[in-house]
Ligand binder design. Structure first.
Ligand code: PMT
Length: 406
């Protein structure tokens, strides 16, 4: 396994030496990249000796030695090549300044450019003064990174180099190494899956301009798609109306109504090894929508009929071994309702979320819920939708449901 270790300019930079050794002990190849600030605390020679590798320090370092071969294509842009070649990138220690630059997409030195070019998992181990850690700007930057799927390890609490006591100590090298290895394994743990994910809210026409809709933004489904792709899965994303932008890198199918979503899901079903329905599908549709805009009257009566239950049908038509996952959006007794829908729809897993709570559920960046299956139930605490999506993927990957097909 190839690990990129970015060392920033803080007093805890010396502890990155122990992390280098720990990662090598566990069989990893370590490529250290130091910021200019880090070189004030530790020399590149220290890390070169500990990693048995040249240390990278500058965006303007000469390109790789293959260039001498004169072969076409031998010229590599170093920060791009390094970012592509590795399995995982860890920043330890990550200073408040570097975290801010990462959150805002700076690429003005080698380490920040590599972070921007990297499509591999990123683990950040912050270390700084307690006041700097607790500052709202740092906390907002950390939250931004979390929402993008960056894993944050620590900081720990205790005596700090500045003489103060509190949060801000670099996490222990063994703990950071545990997270780095787990993150690297995740990059390919769904490589054999083709996952069909639905997102957004369907719209059922009333007339030429009006519709029955809901508040789904698509964020939950898109977070699931991003998490699945980051683990190597092929994703087929069927999305209805959304306010968020769908992620790149997956197959997109855009639909409007529940009937269109039903057709698309059933058409794609044979290709899927897993189906996750995070879309908010309208339960009713207008029997005869008007082709023209209805004239305003004092009262309007609409005849509604139920839409098809897409998840239930897909569960009945799936091939053996296809895992079926639903979401239950509830305002009362979410877990009980989730259990009922799991049974009635004949699916393997349901994520029950309470959409009556402010700051979670519909159109929010955060969510919380309970994963329910016939085997167990697991709480998902309030977190960004991307972090929740990772927990759901962890569950779906490790669950033994596939060993006990329905
Ligand atoms: O999009 P966001 O703003 O990020 O919000 C996320 C969310 C709140 C929409 C999401 O977390 C969520 O709960 N999605 C499911 C919403 C819903 O329709 O729940 P339900 O309890 O009505 O339906 C249960 C399941 O059956 C869902 O998986 C749904 O997709 C599916 N269903 C529902 C009706 C229907 N006719 N066919 C279906 O397949």
């Amino acid at each position: 396994m190839k690990v990129l270790l970015g060392v920033c300019g803080g007093i805890a930079a010396y502890k990155a030496g122990e992390l280098t050794r720990e990662l090598r002990r566990r069989g990893a190849t370590v490529q250290v990249i130091m910021t200019a600030g880090a070189e004030h605390f530790v020399t590149p020679l220290t890390f070169a000796a500990l990693s048995s590798n040249q240390v990278m320090t500058s965006l303007w370092q000469p390109v790789n030695s293959d260039v001498a071969s004169g072969e076409p294509g031998a010229f590599d842009i170093e920060h791009i090549r390094v970012a592509q070649d590795a399995d995982v990138l860890v920043l330890a220690p990550a200073t408040a300044n570097f975290i801010a630059r990462l959150a805002h997409g700076f690429a003005d030195d080698l380490l920040s450019a590599i972070c921007l070019a990297a499509k591999i998992p990123i683990v950040v181990a912050p270390a700084m003064n307690v006041n700097m850690w607790l500052h709202p700007a740092t906390q907002a930057n950390i939250e931004t990174l979390r929402q993008r799927g960056v894993q944050i390890v620590g900081p720990g609490s205790g005596d700090l180099a500045c003489g103060m006591v509190g949060d801000g100590r670099l996490a222990e090298p063994t703990e950071i190494a545990d997270h780095v290895l787990a993150a690297a394994q995740r990059t390919s743990d769904m490589a054999n899956e083709t996952i069909l994910i639905t997102a957004g809210g369907t719209r059922e026409p009333i007339d030429a301009v009006r519709f029955i809709g809901n508040r789904s933004s698509g964020k939950m489904g898109f977070a699931l798609a991003e998490a699945a792709m980051a683990r190597g899965a092929k994703v087929i994303l069927i999305h209805a109306a959304t306010t968020a932008a769908p992620p790149a890198g997956c197959e997109h199918i855009h639909v409007t109504t529940a009937a269109q979503m039903e057709r698309a899901v059933l058409e794609q079903l044979p290709r899927a090894s897993m189906v996750i329905m995070a879309a908010a599908v309208s339960d009713y549709q207008v029997v005869s929508p008007h082709a023209q805009k209805l004239k305003k009257t004092t009262a309007l009566t609409l005849e509604l009929t139920q839409t098809p239950d897409i998840l239930r049908q897909a569960a009945q038509q799936r091939r053996a071994g296809t895992l079926m996952v639903g979401f239950a959006a509830e305002t009362e007794h979410p877990v009980e309702e989730g259990r009922r829908k799991l049974r009635e729809k004949g699916i393997d897993v349901i994520v029950a979320n309470d959409v009556s709570q402010p700051g979670q559920g519909f159109d929010s960046d955060q969510n919380a819920g309970t994963i329910i299956s016939a085997h167990d139930e697991r709480m998902l605490p309030l977190s960004s939708k991307r972090v929740m999506a990772e927990s759901i993927m962890d569950y779906l990957r490790t669950t033994s449901l596939r060993l006990n097909p329905r």
